[in-house]
Design a protein around this ligand. Structure first.
Ligand SMILES: NC(=O)c1ccc[n+]([C@@H]2O[C@H](COP(=O)([O-])OP(=O)(O)OC[C@H]3O[C@@H](n4cnc5c(N)ncnc54)[C@H](OP(=O)(O)O)[C@@H]3O)[C@@H](O)[C@H]2O)c1
Length: 251
């Protein structure tokens, strides 16, 4: 990646207040990008990330929107268009996990996970496509998961939503090319709030470590590295790809 790749450019990171989204926002900010951080409930974390970005000189703002609804998606897209004349990168990162089995899953839970995880990837990207096309070399990065291609007995809706993201990435790459590149990143087990119950349980934590080729959990900064590579000009000939960042657990 070139040192000044993001300088003066405009980025939107959904769910950018904490976890993987925060690390992506900070990495873009460190390299001079302007960041719009979307959050849903956790205003305190969003404000903290905002301060971290502005303290290193980045232009940054936060916007509350529930992206499981069309109202939230439309409001964020309108705010983004009003804030930035053009957009250089969109990171569809926000998401939720529900660990239900086949027997446990309810229709409501399926709908909630699907709406939260997939809808912004399609409808927010579409709403911002014109703004992205205005920028030369713009790109979209969608955060999927290894559970998008490895199956499990838990998290039925989550797995299907993440598989859909990998496929949507390819369809969007075809639809938005050649102006906008669209790629996805599939993390393995990363230590964030999402799976705090997992890494907080020493037995489960070491089970994951044993199954991972690199023998440890991943850090959100390591996902940010891959996402920022895909956003950068170093990835100028990559579109429709899915980069797996999982320490080898899916092998
Ligand atoms: N951690 C892992 O091991 C792992 C592995 C594979 C993939 N992933 C994926 O990586 C992405 C980030 O996860 P994470 O681990 O950083 O999780 P996290 O710490 O739980 O953060 C999730 C983020 O998504 C936001 N969000 C959730 N529902 C939303 C909604 N309806 N509208 C807008 N924002 C919403 C949250 O906003 P608030 O802060 O306002 O609640 C939060 O910022 C997710 O797509 C996840 O599926 C994570």
């Amino acid at each position: 990646m070139k040192g000044n790749d993001f300088k003066g450019k405009n980025y939107l990171v959904t769910g950018g207040g904490r976890g993987i989204g925060r690390s992506i926002a900070l990495k873009l900010a460190e390299q001079g990008g302007n960041i719009l951080i979307n959050y849903r409930n956790d205003e305190e974390s969003a404000r903290k990330t905002l301060r971290e970005c502005t303290s290193i000189g980045a232009g940054a703002s936060i916007f509350k929107a529930d992206l499981s609804t069309m109202e939230g998606i439309t409001a964020l897209a309108e705010y983004c268009s009003g804030t930035y004349g053009h957009l250089d990168g969109l990171v569809n990162n926000s998401g939720i996990y529900e660990g239900e089995t086949l027997e446990e899953i309810s229709y409501e839970s399926w709908q909630k996970v699907m709406a939260t995880n997939i809808n912004p990837v399609l409808f927010l990207t579409r709403a911002l496509a014109k703004q992205l096309k205005t920028s030369k070399g713009s790109s979209v990065v969608n955060i999927s998961s290894v559970l998008g291609f490895v199956s499990d007995k838990y998290g039925f809706a989550y797995q299907s939503s993440k598989a859909a993201i990998i496929h949507l990435t390819r369809s969007l790459a075809k639809s938005l090319g050649p102006d906008v590149r669209v790629n996805s990143v599939s993390p393995g087990f990363i230590m964030t709030d999402m799976n705090r119950d997992g890494w907080g349980d020493s037995e489960f934590k070491s089970k994951v470590e044993k199954k991972t080729i690199l023998k440890r959990w991943g850090k959100s900064e390591e996902i940010a590295e891959a996402a920022c590579f895909l956003l950068s000009s170093s990835a100028s000939y990559i579109t429709g790809a899915n980069i797996v960042v999982d320490g080898g657990i899916s092998l």
